[in-house]
Write a new protein. Structure first.
Length: 409
């Protein structure tokens, strides 16, 4: 059926809107592909000019006494959210925007950074010409010598889709992989076999043979403290986290037919017109998992290898599907008759939307019904299957190949 209904799922929107409203630098990327030029009114400033964040994006080993600050040279900061992830526990760092709107600083009691932690900074501002800008940065703090930690997802106590993969990214190369894998157990109720798979020496993912069943309760126990992951390098984490698998939602994007079928618990919920990657910038085939939700985000071609071909400061209803920059997102700059008929993107999947994010558009409707961990499968695109380690693409591997990547099975 064709989408005609108004958006529902206000509860989900309320949960996702605050974090999702503050999107990161992102873009649709396909290496070596020719870009499709996007013309927008005016010349928006680069995110570095509009919003300045210290410490720098992707900084590593930041000392505990480093200064954390967000500033704009003109205009006004609208929102700033700083999140700290420590031992798989996420919490917001308290702080305030100055009266003049030009800076944000943490509260005095939170000014000293935690060691062995990952921080994310999400900021939205209006520049001096009343144009909205968004910026998303991350940095990690200093980890004491001879220690290692694993940054974990999904978040503790979260509700996720049935395609969620438990993923650890270690800050140091792990040489004794079997010891580390044995120290992490993933169990579920109802019980299923869950097996780990190593991607290189710093990433370990866990998944069952099939998608999780709706309603499953998953427990991740980390007994990494004092486990020797490499000669002289010991873990510091001793933690148990849990998450719940929500309803099943699997969406199938047919790039050739320009349609997406959305199924909830096996039943067809809606058929939505889409626009996938253009002939020279095609969309990956395969099963992808929603990794992040942004109510609005910036998509800048410079961040994903497209140079200055496009810079869209306010892409609405953006759902990240790969680490390399594939999104399913709202599109207000293409003609409405593009959707369902033509593929024009840089590799993303676009849904019709209004500038600012429409309340009754296909993109807004789908965004309000999406959880992190939901599966989006692309078929009939003239491209390869997405790599298993690009985002949470492990469902594209056979069970035999997945199990072969374990250090203990």
């Amino acid at each position: 059926m064709t989408l005609l209904t108004r958006r529902a799922g206000a509860g989900l929107a309320a949960v996702a809107a605050w974090v999702g409203l503050l999107g990161g630098l992102a873009g649709c990327t396909k290496d070596g592909k020719s870009p499709v030029e996007i013309q927008l009114p005016g010349k928006p400033r680069s995110p570095d000019e509009a919003i300045r964040i210290t410490p720098d994006d992707n900084a590593k080993g930041v000392p505990a006494d480093a200064r954390l600050v967000v500033t704009v040279p003109e205009g006004r900061l609208e929102r700033v959210v700083v999140t700290k992830v420590e031992d798989a526990q996420q919490e917001e760092v308290p702080g305030a925007i100055a009266d003049d709107g030009l800076s944000w600083s943490p509260d005095p009691d939170s000014a000293r950074l935690a060691l062995a932690a990952k921080y994310t900074v999400d900021a939205v501002a209006l520049d001096g010409h009343n144009r909205r800008q968004a910026r998303h940065t991350t940095f990690t703090t200093y980890v004491p010598e001879e220690r290692f930690i694993g940054y974990f997802k999904p978040e503790n106590r979260s509700t996720v889709g049935t395609g969620m993969i438990v993923s650890f990214k270690f800050n140091r190369a792990i040489e004794r992989r079997a010891e580390v894998e044995r120290a992490i157990t993933v169990t579920s109720d109802p019980a299923v076999q869950v097996v780990g798979h190593w991607f290189g020496r710093d990433r370990l993912d866990f998944r069952p043979k099939e998608y999780w069943k709706a309603g499953t309760k998953v427990t991740v126990k980390m007994d990494l403290r004092d486990v020797e992951g490499a000669p002289g390098s010991y873990g510091i984490q001793s933690k148990t986290v849990t998450f719940t698998v929500g309803r099943s939602q699997i969406s199938r994007v047919d790039a050739a037919a320009h349609q997406m079928e959305v199924r909830r618990d096996g039943e067809l919920l809606s058929t939505v017109p889409i626009s996938a990657g253009a002939p020279k910038t095609t969309t990956y085939n395969g099963k992808m998992v929603v990794m992040e939700l942004f109510d609005v985000t910036r998509m800048n071609g410079q961040t994903v290898g497209f140079g200055g071909e496009y810079d869209i400061p306010d892409v609405p209803h953006a759902m990240r599907l790969t680490a390399s920059g594939t999104f399913l997102h709202g599109n207000y700059w293409s003609s409405p008759d593009t959707f369902g008929t033509t593929n024009v993107s840089h590799g993303c999947v676009g849904l019709r939307d209004d500038k600012g994010g429409g309340s009754d558009t296909p993109a807004g409707w789908f965004f309000d019904r999406t959880l992190i961990g939901d599966v989006v499968e692309v078929v009939n695109s003239q491209d390869k299957t997405v790599a298993a380690d690009n985002g949470l693409g492990g469902w594209n591997m056979s069970w035999a190949d997945w199990v072969a990547g374990s250090a203990i099975v």
